[in-house]
Design a protein around this ligand. Structure first.
Ligand SMILES: NC(=O)C1=CN([C@@H]2O[C@H](COP(=O)(O)OP(=O)(O)OC[C@H]3O[C@@H](n4cnc5c(N)ncnc54)[C@H](OP(=O)(O)O)[C@@H]3O)[C@@H](O)[C@H]2O)C=CC1
Ligand SMILES: O=CCCC(=O)O
Length: 386
């Protein structure tokens, strides 16, 4: 199935197909083995087989001349990032960006940072980062620039504003957007970066504040594979695993699938805790029982006790989870996949945002669940009283 989907992604456009064919020889260890599978799938892609790619072929213009042979696309070589040698950029010093940048500094990279609210850069400056005054300045100073921004609007603005990342791009440089956005946003950012000669990789992450601090994120990457290889060191400094999934859009889609499932799981768990409470069960007992059985999940064990205490210190802000539900639902709409469960969960995240909980942890969806239950109880009581 993965192979099928990645093959489909690999065949998405002529330009993407060219990117595949121009990529470096895949390395053979760990998740990178998936790279080989993708490249093989791309090479078997019927669209590619049926349509010769003019810029990839040296044509035999006259009879008697040698047959067309593949020519590698001319892309600026990308140098492997190395601690002590490579300057990296990081844009978006929020919950995730702060922890990720710290791990790059700890690994020995020179890092230039920018954040819309410059105050958030102060701690990193004290730890050795340089602070730039625009995203363009970051991209110009760094070989490879990372960005961890809240949503598609922020990602597009930071890339395209007059003093944005694209303006600082040049051949030999790369932009790695680790924000959670939709595929169309990622593709638009990729186009802006490539128009200036830069390489692009989308690399949304699975894992929250804790894994970001511990350098245990999981990168879901797609785009220019040469850039994936070049930033392998920095990715390893921030994460425990990395997947290269194909042409840009595949990483964004993977992230939305994962977060849609996570968002629905959290809503279901909150409903379970609320129901347990109503029937006189101890919520901690529910957490313990769930933790020992087939539906055990690290997320339930991690968030459950705080939810029972109705405390929601933000690790993953609820407004971002709701954004991810919205983007996943839009994706379902686009491809004709009904997602009724996700739609119902999204309604609860929207309700929680309306309750002013957008900046709380996404487990605060519990309050919407409790709020709705309380409202329904009142309504039932009023009906019975009539
Ligand atoms: N927290 C988590 O557990 C995880 C989050 N994510 C994703 O990572 C991204 C960031 O999340 P997180 O760090 O938690 O969020 P935060 O809200 O803490 O950080 C958001 C960052 O985006 C910046 N930003 C927002 N709008 C703009 C804009 N228009 N122009 C420039 N910068 C802007 C903010 O700048 P400012 O400080 O000035 O507001 C801030 O640096 C989101 O896409 C989220 O979905 C992915 C995995 C886990
Ligand atoms: O996007 C947020 C993901 C949070 C997590 O994976 O724990």
């Amino acid at each position: 199935m993965l192979l099928h989907n990645t093959a489909r992604a690999a065949c998405a456009s002529k330009r993407q197909a060219r990117a595949f064919m121009a990529t470096q020889t895949p390395r053979s260890s760990g998740p990178q083995r998936r790279v080989s599978a993708i490249a093989m799938a791309a090479s078997r892609c019927p669209t590619l087989a049926a349509r010769p790619q003019p810029s990839l072929l040296r044509r035999a213009a006259q009879p008697g001349r040698r047959a067309a042979v593949p020519v590698r696309a001319q892309a600026a070589p990308l140098i492997d990032a190395a601690p002590g040698k490579t300057t990296l950029g990081f844009i978006g010093i929020g919950i995730m960006g702060l922890a990720m940048t710290r791990n790059l500094l700890k690994a020995g990279y020179q890092v230039v940072v920018w954040n819309r609210n410059p105050d958030k850069c102060a701690a990193l400056a004290a730890e050795g980062a340089k602070v730039a005054s625009t995203p363009q300045e970051v991209a110009a100073a760094a070989t490879y620039t990372f960005a961890m921004l809240s949503d598609p609007e922020a990602a597009l603005d930071v890339a395209n504003r007059p003093d944005g990342v694209a303006a600082g791009m040049a051949p030999g440089k790369g932009y790695v957007d680790v924000s959670t956005v939709d595929a169309a946003t990622s593709q638009a950012v990729a186009a802006a970066v490539r128009a200036r000669g830069g390489a692009f990789l989308e690399a949304p992450v699975s894992g929250s504040k804790g894994p970001a601090e511990q350098g245990k994120l999981i990168f879901l990457t797609a785009g220019d594979q040469a850039l994936f290889n070049a930033v392998s060191g920095p990715l390893d400094a921030m994460g425990k695993a990395k997947f290269f999934l194909g042409a840009e859009g595949a990483g964004a889609n993977m992230k939305l699938v994962v977060n849609m499932v996570m968002g629905s799981m959290m809503t279901a768990f909150a409903e379970g805790l609320a129901l347990a409470d109503k029937v006189g069960l101890r919520q901690q007992d529910v957490i313990d029982v769930v933790g020992l059985g087939a539906i055990a999940a690290p997320m339930f064990a991690l968030k459950g006790p705080a939810m029972a205490a109705r405390a929601y210190a933000p690790a993953f802000p609820l407004k971002h989870q709701q954004k991810d539900m919205r983007l996943a639902l839009a994706l379902g709409d686009e491809v004709g996949q009904p997602l009724p469960l996700a739609a119902a969960s999204n309604a609860q995240y929207i309700a929680a945002r309306r309750q002013g909980l957008g900046d709380a942890d996404f487990s605060a969806v519990m309050e919407a669940v409790l709020g709705q239950a309380a409202a329904e109880a009142t309504e039932a009581h009023n009906k019975a009283a009539k």
